[in-house]
Design a protein around this ligand. Sequence first.
Ligand SMILES: Nc1ncnc2c1ncn2[C@@H]1O[C@H](COP(=O)(O)OP(=O)(O)OP(=O)(O)O)[C@@H](O)[C@H]1O
Ligand SMILES: Cc1ncc(C[n+]2csc(CCOP(=O)(O)O)c2C)c(N)n1
Ligand SMILES: [Mg+2]
Length: 333
Amino acid sequence: MPASPQPRIVSDLTESQLLDRLLPLMDTGPAERVGPGDDAAVLDLAGPVVATTDVVVRGVDWREDWSEPEDLAVKVVTQNLADIAAMGARPRSLLLTLTMEPTTEVEWVLRLAAQLGQECRRYGVSAAGGDLSGAPPGFASIGVTALGVLDGVSPVLRSGARTGDRVAVAGSLGRSAVGLSLLLAATAGSRGVGDVAAVPREALAHHRRPSSPLSQGPIAARAGASAMIDISDGLLRDAGRIGRASGVAVSIDSAALAPDLNWAERYLSREEARACVLTGGEEHSLLACFPATVEVPPWWRVIGEVVAGEGLLLDGRAVPAGGWDHFADRPGA
Ligand SMILES: Nc1ncnc2c1ncn2[C@@H]1O[C@H](COP(=O)(O)OP(=O)(O)OP(=O)(O)O)[C@@H](O)[C@H]1O
Ligand SMILES: Cc1ncc(C[n+]2csc(CCOP(=O)(O)O)c2C)c(N)n1
Ligand SMILES: [Mg+2]
């Protein structure tokens, strides 16, 4: 279809014309042997390659009235790069897959791509390629595949925790969930009409644009971490994944969570704040276990220990994991 002089929606352009506008925005320099534009990219990655993929879907992972396209670029990059970091690896490259209905505004796509390019440059990651597809009415998704390298360290798995290890976290807890909770409350009601503008912006910042202490992944690996995971589905649920993979129980001391609880209580009741800190997803902080023989690196705070048994303990009592499950009727069900 010929391009209209002022393409407004993606169906005003051909796929190639959209790519011609999108790719320069994601240009990260001549890092790859073959970048976007051929059938596949060719990368020079030294040693073992760490690979992950994560997709966000409209209505499930974001709402148009909650998030700008720039927010979504930050979110999908962070959530992928946090998985790379949680293996102890350094991110090197990513691929972007967009599915959208033909009526999607060109400007929305270009804003998303521009921010994605900015994030790539910020982390020294190349945008190596991707895919575009049409989608049925109402459907949209943004998928990223990320590749990383280990720079000579062994990958840190979920299965390496041992009794006596300290459990530590790098980054915040519960901030994304506080934002989600405030957005849900502000837009409650059958038509979803509410006043997002009245919610304090700083309370929404981490939900909209999550950050992850990415460099702490390789630092923890070098320090001798025995197991690591990024917190995407809730502290307890993700700690439980380490416990299950390692055949141990994880015991958490709620006193160590006081800074996060205090922050969350600025916006929510004590009970809601506690739920956010313990079970809130999309945080992308790193959770790792460190054997007693190694030093816990600066930036990491000890929040518990690995003990014999199975499941989770909070202040010495068994607790359910809670947290996010994509196919549950409600979070944590
Ligand atoms: N469709 C799939 N096909 C193959 N493997 C999958 C699929 N979905 C998930 N996995 C694998 O299952 C494991 C757990 O996936 P999961 O998405 O829960 O990881 P995660 O780190 O918790 O990611 P997220 O950030 O989405 O929470 C990963 O190793 C992942 O590669
Ligand atoms: C509209 C809307 N409703 C609910 C949520 C909350 N949410 C979505 S996915 C997820 C866990 C992580 O997923 P994954 O494991 O896929 O990384 C959470 C907490 C949202 N962001 N937007
Ligand atoms: Mg993960």
